[in-house]
Design a protein around this ligand. Structure first.
Ligand code: NDP
Length: 246
């Protein structure tokens, strides 16, 4: 049985990569983890690994773009726990070609599919779970953004991302950052904090071969923002404790 005093966290896309590592690190700190996965068997396999190292983990089937899945997960959390303490919107896709800037030829379908997962699904899931987050004494929402969301850095010649222009992905994460700012403003008088995280360039399937950061470090920003103290920031955009330019 779950320890009812433990914090309850839902992590989307927790079957691999940064999501799974975040589940591991939060779980080791005593958080009860609901590991979201669009393929339940992959989610179960991840939860099994987590339980094997002592984490209180359960898999939940959650294709973030699927309304029925989102509704079922909200219902499950309501029934099982009556509240949600931490929501980590971690699931994401990069569908752009990994070539030089192809903004002028990015297919509409790539744009729409990218926004569907990285933006619309995050907004819809968060809105659905807000009533449960409001019941937490210290609700925390972490949106997995990217340094590639930074309009300031994209517009600054010589910045580390100036030549890394994957239009659909970058724009979807900039929109996600707008959601962070707007929702944090709406919730500014509540106990809920909303922040965007840049994990770093991390060795995952998405991060690819060139990535420099190990998974353990790649999950650190998400974990830190998930466990912010009451006097911590809200409406910010962070990497490893440092603010990034919007
Ligand atoms: P991975 O590609 O390794 O993992 C992505 C996760 O998202 C997988 O679990 C995947 O599930 C899941 N996912 C994708 N679409 C959906 C969906 N519709 N419903 C549910 N789950 C879905 O990526 P990372 O771990 O590297 O990335 C995690 C987050 O961090 C992303 O939001 C990414 O944009 C962000 N990020 C990553 C960086 C990096 O260098 N790795 C840099 C900056 C930001 P499945 O296994 O079924 O495909």
């Amino acid at each position: 049985m779950s320890d009812t005093t433990a914090k309850i966290a839902l992590i989307t896309g927790a079957n691999k990569g940064i999501g799974l590592e975040t589940a591991l690190q939060l779980g080791k700190l005593g958080v009860t983890v609901l590991a979201g996965a669009r393929d339940l068997s992959r989610g179960e396999a991840a939860a099994e690994v987590l339980r094997g190292v002592g984490v209180d983990a359960r898999a939940v089937k959650l294709d973030v773009v699927d309304h029925a899945d989102r509704a079922a997960v909200a219902k499950f959390i309501e029934k099982e726990f009556g509240r949600l303490d931490i929501l980590i919107n971690n699931a994401g896709v990069m569908l752009d070609p990994r070539t030089a800037n192809a903004t002028g030829t990015t297919p509409e379908k790539v744009l729409r599919d990218t926004f569907e997962t990285n933006f619309f699904a995050v907004v819809a899931l968060t809105q659905m779970l807000l009533p449960l987050l409001r019941k937490s004494p210290a609700g925390r929402i972490v949106n997995l953004s990217s340094i590639l969301a930074s309009l300031t850095l994209h517009a600054t010649p010589g910045s580390p991302i100036y030549d890394a222009k994957t239009f659909a992905y970058d724009a979807s994460k900039s929109a996600l950052n707008a959601f962070t700012i707007h929702l944090a403003h709406e919730l500014r008088a509540t106990n809920i904090k909303v922040n965007s995280a840049h994990p770093g360039w991390v060795k995952t399937e998405m991060g690819g071969e060139g990535a420099q950061m190990e998974l353990a470090d790649g999950a650190r920003t998400s974990v830190e923002l998930a466990l912010l103290p009451d006097d911590g920031p809200t409406g910010g955009y962070f990497h490893m404790g440092k603010a990034l330019p919007w």
